[in-house]
Design a binder for this molecule. Structure first.
Ligand SMILES: [Zn+2]
Ligand SMILES: [Zn+2]
Length: 330
């Protein structure tokens, strides 16, 4: 999630041009799947880029804007995760790649996939991952109740296997880490690095894996990761209801995306993000949106009262919400 008021530093603004052109490339790339309202490109027959642009907002850094009118209930775009990982509690009940629920639960420590394609795609991290022993690292996550180091581990495996650049998620806004937070992360960093070293990963392969890399990736994941709850069969209901009123199934894991992270927050949002059967995200309009209007999602449970929302947004995301609903005292 794009953190609204988190250190909108001049450093960030100066980086904006680069980020913006990366984003444009990203929007135009054919690997970016959109099945929406999607106009097909008349020449190629491929889905056209989604009807949005990423631009600077007046007060909240970058944001996502509609480039044309979008109707209530319309699918704005879909997004595949940059990196996703099941929760440790669901690891044997969901696909190790896409987090789809499995028909059968594995009783063995072997991870499972929902189909051959996911198994094939998981090679980008799993060939590296399976060479190492992760028991100490996973125990560290389990005992301390940490979920984000699992995403760092998967990303590190992707970097080592050569499919992801070490700066893969640098485009996302980081949260500010205090010194105590950084020193807390030292244990995880040490365990991750030693797992790779014990697996005879070469120094060259893990040259990127410094403490700075580890903490900077976690600083980004902390405010940009989405907790994935699959709505499954409730999909149809969502067309006419607000996300908050739908009871989703329990979370199956966490994932980080590029484009969905650029959406700013609103306690009375005009868009929402949802997951139907796996970690592929869908961004949908909750009401009619005019061309040029900013699209915003709600980062938290919108049914909470004003004070609870402010506390959560400030502690979890580092900003004070000044949306119309908050200003009106609701
Ligand atoms: Zn799968
Ligand atoms: Zn608000």
């Amino acid at each position: 999630m794009s953190a609204l008021a988190l250190g909108r530093s001049s450093r960030w603004v100066s980086r904006f041009k680069t980020l913006y052109s990366q984003t444009k490339l990203f929007l135009a790339s054919s690997s970016f799947s959109t099945t929406s309202i999607a106009d097909k490109d008349e020449d190629t027959g491929r889905p056209a880029p989604p009807p949005i642009r990423v631009s600077l907002t007046e007060s909240a850094g970058r944001g996502v804007f509609a480039t044309r009118r979008i109707g209530a209930g319309d699918l704005i775009h879909t997004a595949k995760p940059l990196v996703a990982h099941p929760s440790l509690s669901t690891i044997h009940r969901v696909c190790y790649f896409c987090l789809r629920k499995l028909q059968t639960t594995s009783r063995t420590p072997v991870v499972q996939y929902c189909n051959k394609e996911c198994e094939e795609q998981s090679k980008v991290f799993y060939d590296v991952e399976r060479r190492a022993n992760w028991s100490a690292y996973d125990d560290y996550c389990r005992i301390q109740g940490l979920k984000y180091p699992l995403l760092v581990k998967r990303l590190a495996c992707m970097v080592i296997s050569g499919v992801a650049a070490a700066d893969n998620i640098d485009i996302l806004q980081p949260t500010n880490l205090s010194l105590p937070m950084i020193s807390e992360m030292e244990e995880g960093f040490g365990l991750l690095r030693s797992a790779f070293i014990k697996a005879n990963t070469t120094n060259e392969q893990i040259a990127f894996l410094s403490k700075t890399w580890y903490t900077s990736v976690l600083a980004r994941i902390r405010i940009n990761a989405f907790r994935i709850e699959l709505v499954g069969g409730l999909y149809e209901d969502l067309l006419s209801s607000a996300a908050a009123s739908i009871e989703a199934e329990a979370a199956v894991g966490n994932a980080v995306y590029m484009l969905p992270s650029f959406y700013n927050h609103d306690c009375d949002p005009n868009a929402h993000i949802l997951w139907i059967e796996n970690a592929d995200a869908r961004l949908k309009a909750l009401r009619d949106v005019e061309a040029g209007e900013e699209l915003r999602i709600c980062y938290i449970d919108a049914s909470m009262d004003h004070d609870a929302r402010q506390t959560l947004l400030s502690q979890g995301f580092g900003f004070q919400c000044n949306c119309l609903r908050c200003v009106s005292g609701d």
